[in-house]
Design a protein. Structure first.
Length: 219
C-alpha cells in the first residue's frame, strides 16, 4: 500500500511520513512545491540513515496518486488542498488529521470551521472520496521520533465503513498505537476541539501528552 501525505512539510506530516515508512508503508511526501517535498524527504532519510525508509517526494498532485491519501496541511488549507486534487482523490480513502485551533494569549482555543470540523470540510470538498478523521491527538514530535514508540489511542471516525477499516489497518501497523472506531464523521468536531486541551496540558505541565482510554482491551 502506498500512502501519500499532502502538506507533509510540517511537523505532523513529516512525522507521520517517518513513522508510516518505518513500519513498511511506501510513503510519498507531498507539497505544493516538489522541491520543498524533496528537501523534507532528504532530511528524513538523512536523520534516519540506515533504516532504508521507503519515502519518495512529489508535488501534491503526485502524492495524491497514492492508494490512500492523508491531508496534513494547516487546518485552513485542508479543504482547498483536497479540492485542488479532487480528480486524483476520487473513490479513495482520504484521512484528515488537522485541528482548527488558535492561540489566544497563553491559551489554546478550538475554532469552529464552517462545516463544524476540518474533516467535514474536506469531505465537502471531495464528495466522491471516502474521508476519515484520525491522528488528531498524536504528538507530532513523538510521531517523528523513530527511536521510541508512540503510546496512544487513535480515534477514527467516518461516514464510510471502508474508510474506517482502512484507517484502522494503518494504525494497527504502528506499535503501541491502538485504533478506536469513534463513529460517524460528525464526531470529528469534538475530537478536533479536544486537541486544544491537550496542547494546554503540554504547556502547563511541560510535557507531551497522548490519550489512552480505560475500560478497553488493548491488544
Amino acid at each position: 500500500m502506498q500512502i501519500g501525505i499532502l502538506g507533509a512539510t510540517g511537523p505532523a506530516g513529516s512525522g507521520l511520513a517517518a513513522r508510516l515508512s518505518s513500519v513498511g508503508f511506501d510513503v510519498v511526501v507531498g507539497s505544493r512545491s516538489k522541491y520543498r517535498a524533496m528537501e523534507v524527504r532528504d532530511a528524513l532519510l538523512e536523520r534516519w540513515d540506515g533504516m532504508n525508509l521507503p519515502i519518495e517526494a512529489a508535488d501534491n498532485v503526485g502524492a495524491a496518486n497514492a492508494d490512500i491519501v492523508v491531508i496534513a496541511t494547516p487546518w485552513d488549507a485542508a479543504g482547498l488542498t483536497a479540492a485542488s486534487v479532487s480528480r486524483q482523490l476520487q473513490g479513495k480513502v482520504v484521512i484528515s488529521m488537522a485541528n482548527a485551533l488558535a492561540k489566544v494569549g497563553n491559551e489554546f482555543q478550538p475554532l469552529v470551521p464552517p462545516r463544524g470540523s476540518v474533516a467535514a470540510s474536506v469531505q465537502a470538498a471531495v464528495p466522491k472520496s471516502l474521508v476519515s478523521a484520525a491522528f488528531h491527538h498524536v504528538p507530532a514530535k513523538e510521531l517523528g521520533d523513530l527511536n521510541a514508540p508512540v503510546d496512544s489511542d487513535v480515534l477514527i471516525c467516518s461516514d464510510h465503513k471502508s474508510a474506517t477499516e482502512a484507517t484502522i489497518e494503518i494504525v494497527n501497523r504502528i506499535p503501541d498505537m491502538n485504533p478506536l472506531d469513534a463513529g460517524q464523521l460528525s464526531n470529528a468536531a469534538p475530537i478536533e476541539a479536544f486537541a486544544a486541551v491537550l496542547l494546554q496540558l503540554n504547556v502547563r505541565y511541560k510535557t507531551r501528552v497522548a490519550i489512552r482510554f480505560s475500560g478497553l482491551k488493548h491488544d
